[in-house]
Design a protein around this ligand. Structure first.
Ligand code: UD1
Ligand code: UDP
Length: 376
């Protein structure tokens, strides 16, 4: 029996990584017609993931522009998705996470009264401007969505506290763990940009991109890194730099050409995930890496003042260190000098999933479509 049509919409690197396992599972169900639309809010960073997971979009809005702002992304997604949704008439639109693509695509679906399923629903910092605009994007998407795929119990609690109906929430785990477990291999060998790294040294894996860290905060982070590399001769920083010129220009100005600093282009997910597995410590403002690194037993210093992912924080494998130079230096130094402190944080924990989140999500979608047919 034909169950219906599911349209997935996403636009950035992390959404693609986390939606890929869901698309793979959806495509296994012959009674569901799966349509993939990408906004390409990211271009090259998105394409890297599409290629790895062999996803061929049915629609591509090709929205990215250098220096795009929130208004142009939002209106571009709403305008672009309007006709695609009208033409395809999906029974469900699936979005992921907290980007502007997520919120605008959910709104575009809502305007045509198409039900929205929200993957990675319910994460909250409870600060409207931190992370910005992600906290509001995710909260508003939660209001628009009819199916909420919460990765953890905590995310479910957040949704219940906002009066989301219990029967519309499922705790599924996070699909990032599905993608990670499929990608990390102990025997992985590094090539290309990574061949020049001395893997006998201790690697600090660094990424930064958050809007609220643009400017001086980012500079503080980079200054702390310089001090750490100067102090520890066996430490190397590997920094795949986000394509955003706001990040790239400052990173190159401050860190480019320095000894034991590897400033490289964004890596494909496969080498990146394996590099995380080979690193000593992760310093990042990324959301997804706060989920991945704990699962690999790698301590994370989170370069932010808030996190919507408190589970690893509570487990003690992640620390929020903010963007104060002295604080970052002090906390990283502790982990480089005190083996006991390091071991306390370097424990593999998996509060975010068991690698089967996508299977659960697709089972729930099947039930939803089945009931929908019955109701028509
Ligand atoms: C976006 C999301 C953020 C998410 C992040 C993941 C919004 C508002 N922001 O932030 O939630 O955490 O992606 O990385 O939804 N660029 C390229 N090539 C690419 C990607 C980006 O050149 O493949 C450059 C472009 O100049 C672009 C700029 O980066 O204008 C910013 O991209 P944008 O998606 O607006 O913001 P991000 O900081 O990437
Ligand atoms: N990542 C990647 N290549 C890189 C850097 C990150 O594939 O060079 C992956 C990383 O493993 C994680 C995701 O991209 O799954 C995180 O993306 P980002 O930090 O840009 O976004 P966020 O998670 O903060 O929304």
């Amino acid at each position: 029996m034909h169950l219906g049509k599911v349209m997935t919409v996403f636009g950035t690197r992390p959404e693609a990584i986390k939606m890929a396992p869901v698309i793979k599972e959806l495509k296994k169900v012959k009674d569901i017609n799966t349509v993939v639309a990408v906004t390409a809010q990211h271009r090259d960073m998105l394409d890297q993931v599409l290629q790895l997971f062999e996803i061929k979009p049915d629609y591509d809005l090709n929205l990215m522009e250098e220096g795009q702002d929130l208004y142009s992304i939002t209106t571009g997604v709403i305008d672009g998705m309007k006709d695609i949704i009208a033409k395809e008439e999906p029974d469900l639109v699936l979005v992921h996470g907290d980007t502007t693509t997520t919120f605008a695509a959910a709104l575009a679906a809502f305007y045509q009264k198409i039900p929205v399923g929200h993957v990675e629903a319910g994460l909250r910092t409870h600060y409207r401007y931190s992370p910005f605009p992600e906290e509001m994007n995710r909260t508003l998407t939660g209001k628009l969505a009819e199916l909420h795929f919460a990765p953890t119990d905590k995310a479910k609690e957040n949704l219940l506290a906002e009066a989301t109906a219990l029967f519309k929430i499922w705790v599924t785990g996070n699909t990032v763990i599905d993608a990670l477990l499929e990608t990390v291999r102990p025997e992985y060998s590094f090539s290309g940009d990574l061949a020049s790294i001395n893997f006998n040294n201790r690697l600090l894996l660094v990424t930064t991109h958050r809007r609220e860290n643009w400017g001086n905060k980012m500079r503080n982070i980079y200054e702390a890194l310089i001090d750490l590399v100067n102090e520890f001769p066996d430490v190397e920083v590997v920094f795949p730099v986000h394509k955003n010129p706001v990040v790239k220009d400052v990173a190159e100005e401050m860190l480019g050409g320095r000894e034991r600093f590897h400033l490289i282009d964004p890596l494909d997910y496969e080498p990146f995930a394996n590099l995380m597995n080979a690193s000593y410590l992760v310093l990042t403002d990324s959301g997804g890496m706060q989920e991945e690194a704990p699962s690999l037993g790698k301590p994370v210093l989170v370069l932010r003042d808030t996190t919507e992912r408190p589970e690893a924080l509570q487990a003690g494998t992640v620390k929020l260190v903010g963007t104060n130079k002295d604080m970052i230096y002090k906390e990283a130094r502790l982990l480089l000098t005190d083996a006991k402190e390091y071991q306390k944080m370097a424990r593999a924990i998996n509060p975010y999933g068991d690698g089967k989140a996508a299977v659960r999500i697709v089972d729930i979608i099947k039930d939803f479509l089945y009931v929908r047919i019955g109701a028509q």
